[in-house]
Design a protein around this ligand. Structure first.
Ligand SMILES: *Cc1c(COP(=O)(O)O)cnc(C)c1O
Length: 343
């Protein structure tokens, strides 16, 4: 067993109330010829789970300690981060305002339905860029503060150094879980957008002094002007909080845009096949916006022989997108073709 670095445990709210399992995927492994496991962060007890809940456990513990009354965050109307924030705010009795960069759709389903269901105030601000969205959100924060609210603002994707510390802890959790099953992982593959998942996992690896390959499959373009720089900043802000002697270097990060396809929420080669195989072989749902792109990477790399197993696919959640009509129709129409694909 590696001893690793000691790290500081920050205050955390327990929003999940259980440890998500690490499970072997026997039929995917057999089909791909590479051992594949999954960390099931798609399961949980608040807001239909997903990776944002871990970050919120850290962020909201901090917000509460600071006396915040109101959570404000922004994203797309498909955003899992906004939906998780709305649910977590409901669970702890805080107000929540969400700023979403889409016009009100004819059918408010998927995450938008959930955002409203969890009682958040919704600001649908039209089809604007991420940068403009941040500006509009800042204005809404000013208005709330002027009205006497104590606002805790979460950036897009809840991407903060404090949030990222939850994934350093999660790395250690998953490592212990797989070892308890007599196995180990050589590679972790996960969907990546605002970066605190990747930053945190990389920090967790440093704490354990492991050489695991951690591949972030980029699913969103133009989230930051400088994507690697922003990821690195998140990783080192997280390190400052829990392990000040540890430094993360740019070379510790590994991101690929090979599976981004046409962009965030847009089609990419391999996505429908990933959804189909995970569903048919394992009974697990992956979504077209995030996790299917990560699974598409696993499948593609397994076929090309460019990934070393055992692979841990980190299931970051997000299957609610599947219930949004734009994607439902797309997946449905892809099925007849997919049913003829043999592994
Ligand atoms: C937000 C999200 C990601 C990406 O996480 P980041 O930490 O923002 O990079 C991956 N998968 C799902 C399902 C998500 O909702």
């Amino acid at each position: 067993m590696s001893t690793g670095h000691a790290y500081i445990d920050l205050p955390r709210l327990d929003l999940r109330r259980f440890t998500s399992p690490v499970q072997f995927l026997p039929r995917m492994s057999e089909g791909l010829g590479v051992e594949v496991w999954a960390k099931r962060d798609d399961l949980g007890s608040v807001g239909l789970a997903g990776n944002k809940v871990r970050k919120l456990e850290m962020e909201l513990a901090h917000a509460q300690a600071q006396g915040a009354t109101h959570i404000v965050t922004e994203g797309s109307r498909h955003s899992n981060a906004t939906r998780a924030a709305a649910a977590a705010a409901a669970a702890i009795g805080m107000k929540c305002s969400l700023v979403l960069c889409h016009d009100e759709p004819k059918e408010p389903v998927g995450n938008l339905l959930l955002d409203a269901l969890f009682g958040a105030d919704l600001h649908l601000v039209g089809d604007i860029s991420w940068v403009e969205l941040a500006e509009v959100t800042a204005e809404i924060v000013r208005e709330l503060e002027a009205a006497g609210e104590r606002v805790h603002r979460l950036p897009i994707g809840s991407a903060t150094g404090r949030g990222a510390t939850s994934f350093a802890r999660a790395y250690i959790e998953a490592d212990e879980q797989i070892r308890a099953q007599g196995a180990t992982f050589t590679t972790i593959v996960h969907a990546s957008s605002a970066g605190s998942t990747h930053a945190g996992l990389v920090l967790g690896r440093a704490l354990r002094q492991h050489s695991t390959r951690i591949l972030g499959v980029v699913v969103a373009d133009h989230v930051y002007d400088d994507v690697p720089g922003s990821y690195l900043r998140l990783a080192n802000e997280a390190a400052d909080l829990i392990a000040p002697t540890v430094r993360i270097e740019a070379s510790d990060l590994e991101l690929t845009e090979d599976y981004l396809g046409e962009g965030y929420g847009k089609p990419a080669a391999g996505v429908m096949e990933a959804i189909d195989l995970m569903a048919r072989l394992e009974g697990i749902v992956v979504d077209p916006v995030y996790t299917a792109k990560a699974v598409a990477a696993v499948i593609d790399m397994a076929r090309k022989g460019t990934v070393e197993g055992p692979v841990l696919f980190w299931h970051t959640g997000g299957y609610h997108a599947m219930f949004d009509p734009s994607y439902t129709a797309e997946v449905w129409s892809a099925l007849p073709r997919l049913r003829r694909i043999q592994l």
